[in-house]
Design a protein around this ligand. Structure first.
Ligand SMILES: NC(=O)c1ccc[n+]([C@@H]2O[C@H](COP(=O)([O-])OP(=O)(O)OC[C@H]3O[C@@H](n4cnc5c(N)ncnc54)[C@H](O)[C@@H]3O)[C@@H](O)[C@H]2O)c1
Ligand SMILES: [Zn+2]
Ligand SMILES: [Zn+2]
Length: 369
């Protein structure tokens, strides 16, 4: 039987994120209903609200989540009712050309639930990143669930952030950038994603980690969490400063977690010869980049973009949760505040003022489930 629950919906472009009742159908083959426990508030939710992802309103927001599996459809074997899971937006298909090449981290045909959740009047909802987890319950594809074990209840808020931005940042360093022990890394823009890249670089054994940001509060936090140096481009030229901190040569890897032409150029010129640039910030579609082709050739190395940190949730989430449990990865530091499901719009405003790494919505599962 379908279930009616509270959820956060945006009905029209730039409309408010409001609590609405939605209908969650029973799972069919390959689908799972998850009772949401926690869900982080991410820039991407706001991009949906502002119509920058598409025009398929109404959107059901939320995608950095943990939850408990409450119903499974036919043939589902990777999770069972009662499992605690992190949701992901890369349920790989196993059949597309990327998957067949053995590169499932680039899967071009990732799975979501095949049924739609709806408003009570039957209007179909488009779930943010195929998840829609600012909701008491959501319907996803089974492959969007990764089981986590031995995590205290209060850690769910932090661990759920691996579902999007924090994985993107860590993965930009360890997967896309392939940071090695003893290397130097600079990260431009240390919000949630960039700070996660700092942690990823540290985890991979980088010995010089330079955080670059215009906001001193962000630099202070990055320093607390493992960057060895900080640079504020308002005070000194970012490229010169990074070179000065790396023996005059530039960093082995520079990660652009902002995604603007000026930050990408800084990343390009602040890396050593044959170094790597990783773009993880998502550029506005109107932006273009101009770099002399002779410099692209002459500086060598690689220029890569990182989608979701090139992660494989089934491989990377359990590994990172183990590091969290072992005390090697401070995910708790990203949870700046915990809020209710009715406070998402407020949390967007807090995020826009630059006051948080993440606000996380926490829900109390109802005992009747
Ligand atoms: N590639 C992916 O799969 C993926 C996944 C999630 C998020 N993202 C993207 O990553 C980017 C960062 O997300 P976030 O959640 O960390 O956002 P955020 O707002 O928390 O952080 C952005 C940071 O960049 C800083 N900044 C802005 N302009 C700068 C400049 N010119 N020089 C230096 N610092 C500057 C800001 O002060 C802020 O600290 C966004 O574009 C987001 O859409 C990408
Ligand atoms: Zn695929
Ligand atoms: Zn996100």
């Amino acid at each position: 039987m379908s279930q009616t629950v509270n959820a956060v919906v945006v009905k029209e472009k730039n409309g408010p994120a409001v609590l609405e009742q939605i209908i969650v159908p029973d799972p069919i083959a390959g689908e799972v209903v998850v009772d949401i426990l926690t869900c982080g508030v991410c820039q991407t939710d706001q991009h949906y609200q502002q119509g920058e992802v598409g025009d398929n309103f109404p959107y059901l927001l939320g995608h950095e989540a943990t939850g408990r599996v409450s119903k499974i459809g036919e043939g589902v074997s990777n999770v069972k009712v009662g499992d605690t899971v992190i949701l992901n937006w890369r349920a790989v298909c196993g059949e597309c050309r990327a998957c067949r090449k053995g590169e499932p981290q680039y899967c071009f045909d990732t799975h979501n639930a095949s049924q739609k959740m709806t408003l009570t009047d039957g209007t179909e909802l488009e779930a943010a990143l195929g998840i829609g987890a600012f909701a008491e319950k959501t319907l996803v594809a089974a492959g969007q669930c990764t089981v986590i074990q031995d995590i205290p209840e209060e850690s769910n808020a932090a661990v759920g952030l691996l579902g999007c931005g924090i994985m993107a940042g860590i993965g930009a360093a360890i997967n896309t950038g392939e940071v090695q022990r003893g290397e130097s890394v600079a990260v431009i823009g240390v919000g949630g994603v960039g700070t996660a890249a700092v942690l990823g670089a540290k985890l991979a054994g980088a010995t010089t980690i330079i955080a670059v940001d215009l906001d001193e509060r962000k630099l202070a936090k990055a320093k607390e969490l493992g960057s060895t140096h900080t640079v504020n481009p308002k005070e000194s030229d970012a490229v010169e400063a990074i070179r000065a901190l790396t023996g005059g040569f530039g960093a082995d890897v520079v990660i652009d977690a902002v995604g603007r032409p000026e930050t990408y150029k800084q990343a390009f010129y602040a890396r050593d010869l044959a170094g790597r640039v990783v773009l993880v910030g998502v550029p506005d579609p109107s932006l273009t980049l101009e770099i002399p082709l002779a410099d692209v050739f002459g500086r060598g190395g690689s220029l890569k973009s990182s989608w979701y940190g090139d992660c494989l949730p089934s491989r990377d989430f359990p590994m990172l949760v183990s590091h969290y449990r072992a005390g090697n990865l401070d995910l708790d530091a990203f949870v700046t505040e915990r809020v209710g499901l009715d406070q998402v719009q407020e949390a967007f405003e807090t995020m826009n003022r630059g006051e948080v790494l993440r606000s996380v919505v926490e829900l109390q599962p109802s005992p009747t489930n």
